[in-house]
Design a protein around this ligand. Structure first.
Ligand SMILES: Nc1nc2c(ncn2[C@@H]2O[C@H](COP(=O)(O)OP(=O)(O)O)[C@@H](O)[C@H]2O)c(=O)[nH]1
Ligand SMILES: [Mg+2]
Ligand SMILES: [Zn+2]
Length: 295
């Protein structure tokens, strides 16, 4: 009798599957399938009280992954929202925010910007520098996770959110306030699996309510998008869309080509210089045409 559940953590080739009654089954996969991700909905069979085998992975609604030139790494499956956490200190990277926004657009997830550490005096300037994203229609929540998470709560409701951002921005602080026993649960699991060193390098899903969940992902200084082509990246810059297809050259990459409609739009003030520069740094890395989206 197969059991339905959701993968709430992965440690190497072992997975924790939360069953409908909230019990946790430590699972392995059958055969060679090892691309199970945190957030996957699965069917598992029980081998004993605590252990089981993942038999089948349900089709994914979304998949978030990062990649460099050498390999791809799945961050999580079935998230509906990427919550990008930034703070004035340490300084955050606009390139990284743009990459996360691209991942959201390309992966069919909504995006939420969270500016944490509002208690710091540098926050006003950081908030101003994020204005270009709110101008594009992205939601921005400013808060002090140490004191009060309430501004964030309505944005988590009825969504499966994944927290992303550089380390030091406050992701774990947010999760620990939302799920007060989160740290204890991670410690317990890593003891059980005897894999303490993995706890900070893998994603972990926490259920917040019947329809909400949150995934804490390890801090990332880089968010490689090598699985995308430059066309995918250009499409994911929302404000570029009206100009795409209007360049002099049909295969214009919007880098240095003459008669580029995207560059003209930037000169006319329709696209910010920062976003175009960010696109160009990224597109310079993406030489091939993107693969079709994996599910
Ligand atoms: N001043 C201030 N510091 C915070 C706040 N939230 C988190 N921090 C601190 O920022 C540092 C990094 O937090 P952490 O949650 O580990 O960040 P993560 O790497 O993104 O998971 C820690 O020293 C936190 O205490 C906040 O609202 N205000
Ligand atoms: Mg953390
Ligand atoms: Zn162009």
């Amino acid at each position: 009798m197969p059991l339905e559940g959701q993968v709430v953590a992965s440690f190497g080739r072992r997975y924790l599957v939360e069953l409908a009654d909230a019990t946790i089954l430590e699972c392995v996969t059958r055969g060679r399938r090892h691309d199970v991700a945190c957030g996957d909905r699965v069917r598992a069979s029980r081998s004993d009280a605590r252990q089981g085998v993942i038999e089948e992975i349900a089709p994914r609604s979304t998949l978030l992954y990062r990649s460099d030139a050498h390999r791809e790494k799945i961050v999580c499956a079935n998230a509906t929202q990427i919550a990008i956490v930034a703070a004035a200190v340490p300084a955050f990277s606009h390139d990284l925010i743009n990459r996360c926004l691209i991942a959201a657009e390309h992966g069919g997830m909504s995006a939420l910007l969270v500016l944490n550490k509002s208690d710091l005096p540098q926050t006003a300037a950081a908030r101003a520098s994020l204005q270009e994203y709110t101008d594009l229609g992205y939601r921005l929540v400013t808060l002090c996770a140490k004191r009060d998470l309430r501004p964030l709560l309505p944005h988590l409701e009825a969504r499966a959110s994944v927290l992303v951002g550089q380390s030091g921005m406050g992701k774990s602080t947010i999760v620990n306030r939302l799920v007060p026993d989160a740290a204890a649960r991670v410690a317990e699991i890593s003891t059980a699996l005897n894999s303490g060193r993995h706890t900070t390098t893998h994603a972990r899903l926490y259920r917040l309510g019947a329809t909400s969940s949150i995934i804490d992902s390890p801090g990332m200084q880089a968010f490689g998008l090598h699985h995308l082509g430059w066309q995918d990246a250009a499409q994911a810059f929302l404000e570029f869309r009206p100009w795409l297809g209007h360049c002099r050259f049909r295969d214009c990459r919007h880098l240095v080509e003459p008669g580029c409609a995207v560059e003209e739009a930037q000169r006319a003030g329709k696209i910010t210089a920062g976003r175009l520069a960010s696109y160009r740094r990224l597109a310079g890395e993406l030489t091939h045409r993107g693969k079709t989206r994996r599910r």
